[in-house]
Design a protein around this ligand. Structure first.
Ligand code: NDP
Length: 452
């Protein structure tokens, strides 16, 4: 198709994507953000349009949808739906997390797999893009129920994954416990102890620092962003959403870097602790969420200087830096305006697509530092890539070695964003930078490998 302007390319392309994938709102949103960043580049590189690279990138190489039957503690049969979207394998085996949450549907799986393709390309490691999951939520389930579900889920999924084919990891609702049950069942069915899943326990093939990696990497990336303005975390007030894996370690690293973290949240509400979270309080949150599987409101009972706000998000609290680390579309336009009005000058995404398109427009118009998750949260999958390497060479690196790789990778991703995202007025468009850098790498590989 011939396009005579970026506008007509975006409209024409998105029209086709929406018609072909009806009702997949999150997928449309993720594709639209990428196409908006690439349109000018594509117009000046017409061979990419002729070879239909972008049309191929939005079409998953394979989607598997399957039944997951299991028996709950009362003896009742439960039936959930499982997914694996294998989006793109141009630069390496499929790689991407598994999400267990009641909201999971095909649109969410496809948006995450699409984002993952770009993110993995940015890490500089050889990993293609995928995502999987189920509409099963571990919240409120017993360990036995979670194990039975994981075993049933993996019994089907094992046909489609493998250490050189597709290597899943954790995401929302899938932490160390779930990865353990999934890995155990894979080993039993395949009679193979290998690197088929990442996020494994330290004594059975896991990498040092994998649990910390997404949150730590987020703060390393945000530090690079802040440094472009001669700033740092030191002395800054930070709001964080979520209280899970990414949020916990983002809070820990921000604290270590001298910031005052004043909020955490879950899907029921948020806590505001004006004194800030210190080491002891962060340890308490880890225990509360990871061992006792409690709710964040309990924080305010334990630390009475903190206040719990039910059914609310933390973006009304005054801060310098905001780190959304819970889920997609958790910052809307009004919340973005409030953040900016309250003096927030840096938003670095730990979650995938937490800011709605209107919110991103607010950040960009205000000229504050803003980075999309595919750049700033890539430390998790990058460290999963390092886990795969350690599994292949049958060695375990020290935490210091992994941390130094993680630091370097986040710094390289930041440099790639600068290279491709510098605007004429000197400002940095991290969305454009991340999308272009990821796209060029995957597109080159697709061109080289022919029409597959
Ligand atoms: P966890 O399951 O460990 O924690 C998720 C947190 O977000 C919980 O506090 C949860 O609260 C909250 N949350 C989940 N859904 C919603 C919702 N609909 N509304 C409000 N709060 C919600 O997940 P992770 O920390 O691993 O993942 C968080 C985000 O980071 C996700 O977007 C994920 O895709 C992204 N990410 C994760 C990586 C990783 O390595 N784990 C890597 C890169 C990105 P509740 O307990 O109430 O459900």
């Amino acid at each position: 198709m011939f396009y005579n302007s970026a506008e007509s390319l975006i409209q024409g392309f998105m029209g086709n994507v929406i018609a072909k994938n009806p009702g997949e709102r999150e997928f449309h949103q993720a594709v639209s953000e990428v196409v908006g960043s690439l349109a000018d580049y594509l117009l000046t590189h017409p061979h990419l349009l002729e070879r239909k690279i972008l049309e191929r990138m939005v079409e998953p190489e394979r989607i598997v949808i399957f039944r997951v039957p299991w028996v709950d503690d009362k003896g009742n049969i439960q039936v959930n739906r499982g997914f694996r979207v294998q989006m793109n394998s141009a630069i390496g085996p499929y790689k991407g997390g598994i999400r267990f949450h009641e909201s999971v549907n095909l649109s969410i799986m496809k948006f995450l797999a699409f984002e993952q393709t770009f993110k993995n390309a940015l890490t500089t490691l050889p990993m293609g893009g995928a995502k999987g999951g189920s509409d099963f939520s571990p919240r409120g389930k017993s360990d036995d129920e979670v194990m039975k579900f994981c075993q049933s889920f993996l019994t089907e999924l094992q046909r489609h994954i493998g250490k050189d084919t597709d290597v899943p990891a954790g995401d929302i609702g899938v932490g160390g416990r779930e990865i353990g049950y999934l890995f155990g069942q894979y080993k039993r069915l395949q009679n193979e102890f290998g690197g088929v899943l990442t996020g494994k326990g330290l004594n059975w093939g896991g990498s040092p620092l994998r649990p910390e990696a997404t949150g730590y990497g987020l703060c390393y990336f945000a530090s690079e962003m802040l440094a472009t303005r001669g700033e740092s975390f030191e002395g800054k007030t930070v709001t964080i959403s979520g209280a899970g894996n990414v949020a916990q370690f983002a809070a820990e690293k921000a604290f270590q870097l001298g910031a005052k973290v004043v909020t955490l949240s879950d899907s029921n509400g948020f806590i505001h602790d004006p004194d800030g979270l210190d080491e002891e309080k962060i340890e308490y949150v880890k225990e509360l969420k990871n061992i006792y599987r409690g709710r964040i409101r309990e924080y305010a009972q334990r630390y009475p200087t903190a206040k719990y706000y039910p059914n609310a998000r933390p973006w009304g609290i005054k801060c310098d830096i905001a780190l959304p680390c819970a889920t997609q579309n958790e910052i809307n336009k009004a919340e973005a305006e409030t953040l900016v009005a309250n003096g927030c000058f840096c938003v670095a995404e730990g979650a995938n697509m937490p800011s709605e398109p209107d919110a991103i427009a607010v950040f960009q118009k205000a000229g504050i530092l803003y980075s999309p998750g595919k750049a700033s949260n890539a430390g998790g999958v990058a460290t999963s890539g390092l886990e795969m390497t350690q599994n292949s060479i049958r060695l375990k690196w020290t935490p210091e070695e992994v941390d130094s790789y993680l630091h370097r990778i986040m710094s390289d991703i930041h440099s790639a964003c600068l290279l491709h995202g510098r605007e004429e007025d000197g400002s940095i468009n991290y969305v454009k930078g991340a999308n272009l850098a990821g796209f060029i790498k995957v597109a080159d590989a697709m061109l080289a490998q022919g029409l597959v």
